[in-house]
Design a protein around this ligand. Structure first.
Ligand code: FAD
Ligand code: AMP
Length: 474
């Protein structure tokens, strides 16, 4: 039986990063991964690289470029005619990016001497793991043992009874990344991050998109002011988002999907060519043998862990989407690093208060820390400053004048409590706020920091000045 210091189960951004960090720290490390891609080949990278963050951003970027050329080039004095799209080429480009990156992880494993155990991992007693190879040419099962086990089995799309996935007309997020043409009409269930991103892709490529969201509130995870701004902008782009609309049933005929939903006005029926079910994700412990191994899960199926990702079993850790906290790739990776370092006696710790979020609509939405509502609910006194991109020279030059940066600072100490952005490149701009908060910075720190001109980042500077009532450009 092979013996390792660490065996990681799952090679998504949680697992592969944990495995590499363990190996860097001198631990003999193996990573069990069962993913088989569309070509029937084993692949590393998990949801994020194969069917999540990366392919969705590839299509968001392609569709953004198309929409930009079509609708905005004229404003720059560029006359373009005969613009057309080849969705198959766009999807092939996305797949090439995915395969480059996933084979890149295999290269990183080789470089760091992480052994990839291809197959499905199942927990056995006494820190042993059974590996059942999957896919073509599968070989015999094997059993390995490990001093430490890190479970990083991730998540899978949640399902709802009224809409069963056939990956043809009714698809989950994975199917929605592989349409071979833009459907004429597209329904989306769920106006969460994934629903809005995928809805945006196909809207830009020509679909008529209707998003049905059971909640009455739009983007409840966001600061209200930002969510309001996002609502206005996305509506203006033509996304038909219906709030308080609970899908109760779906059916298909040869041509279409028939969706029934209820809202305050009663029952409704709409027909669409394709339907994306984007109602969230659930933790994945399928076939892991959690119950038999005595691994404790909570009532929603997440593996129970403490603040250091330690499970109830000695030397068994769990990280990423399969445990509590936001289902974000960077959260999974940082937990992986922290666990690897703690195994080797380092005092690594995740700062769960400072995890950035991004929604890659256009304009992008990004935030870190508390929303204004959360501060009010907690009775925390704060000062707020905002700066609209309409007043930014760089944003004007780019023709991207929608949105704002908003900063919330503690009224007594001026410590930054939250930063909320809707605007161009918000996903990149938020990094400054994350860094400032990681250093326990104040709004005054950002206000005193010299920002290059002309940049979008100056909006962050001005918002910080605005907290103290001294913005220059508004
Ligand atoms: P996963 O990436 O789910 O990886 C788990 C891996 O474990 C899988 O490869 C699986 O095959 C393997 N596995 C499971 N069980 C076993 C077993 N028993 N044996 C062997 N292997 C096993 N997050 C962001 O931060 N930014 C984004 O822009 C973003 N966009 C997204 C877009 C979409 C469409 C989707 C679906 C998700 C997106 N996410 C995004 C979320 C992100 O993908 C997840 O948070 C992230 O992948 C979680 O990482 P993980 O390592 O915990 O799990
Ligand atoms: P997220 O968890 O951010 O991916 O968002 C998923 C969204 O789907 C949530 O906002 C849910 O309210 C929404 N949702 C779940 N079930 C239904 C349903 N039957 N009809 C409409 N929306 C739903």
């Amino acid at each position: 039986m092979q013996n390792f210091d660490v065996v990681v189960v799952g090679a998504g951004p949680g697992g592969y990063v944990a495995a590499i960090r363990c190996a860097q720290l001198g631990l003999s490390t193996a990573c069990v991964e069962s993913w088989i891609n569309d070509e029937g080949k084993p692949a590393l990278g998990g949801t994020c690289l194969n069917v999540g963050c990366i392919p969705s951003k590839a299509l968001l970027d392609s569709s953004h470029q198309y929409a930009h050329i079509k609708h905005e080039a004229g404003e720059h004095g560029i006359a373009v005619s005969g613009v057309s799209i080849d969705v198959n080429k766009m999807v092939a480009r996305k797949e090439k990016i995915v395969s480059t990156l996933t084979t890149g992880i295999a290269g990183l494993f080789r470089k760091n001497k992480v052994e990839w155990l291809q197959g499905h991992g199942r927990l056995l007693p006494d820190n042993q793991i059974e590996v059942t190879p999957v896919g073509e040419g599968s070989t015999e099962k094997s059993i390995v043992s490990a001093r430490h086990i890190i479970i990083a089995t991730g998540s899978v799309p949640a399902k709802i009874p009224p809409a069963s996935i056939d990956q043809d007309k009714i698809v989950d997020s994975t199917g929605a990344l592989a349409f071979n043409q833009a459907p004429r009409t597209l329904g989306v269930i769920g106006a969460g991050v994934i629903g809005l991103e995928l809805g945006s892709v196909w809207k830009r490529l020509g679909s008529e998109v209707i998003i049905l969201e059971a909640l009455d509130e739009f983007l409840p995870v966001c600061d209200r002011q930002i969510a309001h701004e996002a609502w206005k902008t996305l509506q203006k782009q033509g996304l038909d988002i219906r709030l308080g609309a609970k899908v109760t049933g779906t059916g298909t005929n040869n041509q279409q999907v028939i969706i029934t939903y209820e809202d305050k006005d009663g029952k409704h029926q709409i027909n669409v060519d394709k339907l994306i079910v984007a109602v969230g994700r659930k933790p994945n412990t399928e076939g892991l043998g959690a119950k038999e191994a005595g691994l404790a899960l909570d009532e929603r199926g997440f593996i129970l862990v403490d603040e250091h990702c330690q499970t109830n079993l000695p030397n068994v850790y769990a990280i990423g989407d399969v445990v509590r906290g936001p289902m974000l790739a960077h959260k999974a990776s940082e937990e992986g690093v922290a666990v690897a370092e703690r195994i080797t006696g380092k005092a690594s710790q995740m700062n769960y208060e400072i995890i950035p979020w991004v929604i890659y609509t256009w304009p992008e939405i990004a935030w870190v820390g508390k929303t204004e509502q959360q501060l009010k609910d907690a009775g925390i006194e704060y000062r707020s400053g905002a700066f609209p991109f309409a007043a930014s020279g760089r944003a004007r030059a780019m023709g991207e004048t929608g949105g704002m940066v908003k900063i919330l600072g503690d009224a007594a100490t001026d410590r930054i409590l939250g930063v909320h952005i809707i605007g161009p490149n918000a996903s990149e701009l938020i990094a400054e706020a994350v860094l400032a908060m990681e250093f326990d910075g104040s709004t005054e720190d950002i206000a005193r920091t010299i920002h290059a001109h002309p940049t979008l980042a100056e909006a962050m500077h001005e918002a910080a000045l605005a907290v103290d009532g001294r913005p220059i450009h508004i």
